[in-house]
Write a protein that binds this ligand. Sequence first.
Ligand SMILES: *Cc1c(COP(=O)(O)O)cnc(C)c1O
Length: 400
Amino acid sequence: MTLANGRPYLAIPGPSVMPDRVLAAMHRAAPNIYEGALYDLVASLWPDLKALAGTKASVAAYIGNGHAIWEAANANLFSRGEKALVLATGQFGLSWANSARAMGIDVEVLDFGKSSPVDMGRVEAALRADKAGAIKAVLTTQVDTASTIRTDIASLRAAMDAAGHDALLAVDCIASMGCDEFRMDDWGVDVTVAASQKGLMTPPGMGFVWFSDKARAATAGADLRTPYWNWTPRADAEEFWQLWNGTAPTHHLYGLREALNMIGEEGLPAVWARHDCLARAVWAAFDCWSVGNPAIGMNVADPAHRGRSVTAARFGAPHATRLREWCEHRAGVTLGIGLGMAPSSDPAYHGFLRVAHMGHVNAHMTLGALAVMEAGLIALDIPHGSGALAAAAGVVAAGA
Ligand SMILES: *Cc1c(COP(=O)(O)O)cnc(C)c1O
């Protein structure tokens, strides 16, 4: 028998669940892109996007996914042959490094592995060693969606300042914007990138690059810029078409407007607190499942270094894949695959999965996903510790 019929729940780390309000806002005829109501709607987005990132500086929007937004940042930050220092805590940091390298940027990677946070001492030492000041920018993720390690951005800025290096700081917040606390100006971030399909609850296809006045000045001559990717005409547009360098992503804009309304109504601190509470409910369940079962566990040992939007975990191969398939086909909950932990051809790949708790998600969705996982563990005879659901419910009860 299957118990999957009913409303499915996609608990993967992007695309995330789209609210009915966002979907309804998009369900309309195409607007005039040469004048009229669309102009007012778009003008209203910029203050909200800046508030979302915690900045008073500039923002450029693009049609594209996260990979496109990496290229947007790279193209505006660097001239060919200039140097980037990439701090990698998982597959996404490594992929940003690959994107930069392929564009002709000289990339040095500090790789902290798949389950350890950035070692600020190593960052400081690498910057101190760069006596000539060749490193133009430090690139990193706030949350690496594969490992689910969260980087303490304020501490990173402090390490860069302690080294006395004036490199720009660029942060990928694609998995964390609208989920984890982020304060671009207060934390001294120069460039922030995000995309529409994760915490922003809108379909994939839009991305954003926020950039400080310092970044604007330091990169004015970057020769990797092409007309399409150049952030200046987008951020300083005098005509509507310049915002997009062509036709606007009309329906995404209606969806994004509604998603930002929802974030505004809840209040950003409350959005962060909701993600924090639901994340801790997931962690409490894993803490119980793993008792007496060392094959089960979260990827990141210290809660201080875990992202609040997604949790990477292991169940021992092949149980993670078995559990994912059971949850999806028997109970209507789709969990995320493990990413970057083992190649998909390696049997070890089937030991990893990720539980997303990102964007339009509430207590019943997260507790429901955990209860379905518990049912799957029982049905599949996967040994696990007891008390997970009561522990998760206790976290929700304390937080609600
Ligand atoms: C999802 C994600 C990306 C890539 O986004 P795509 O839309 O899949 O290209 C990059 N960085 C982080 C941190 C992400 O979570």
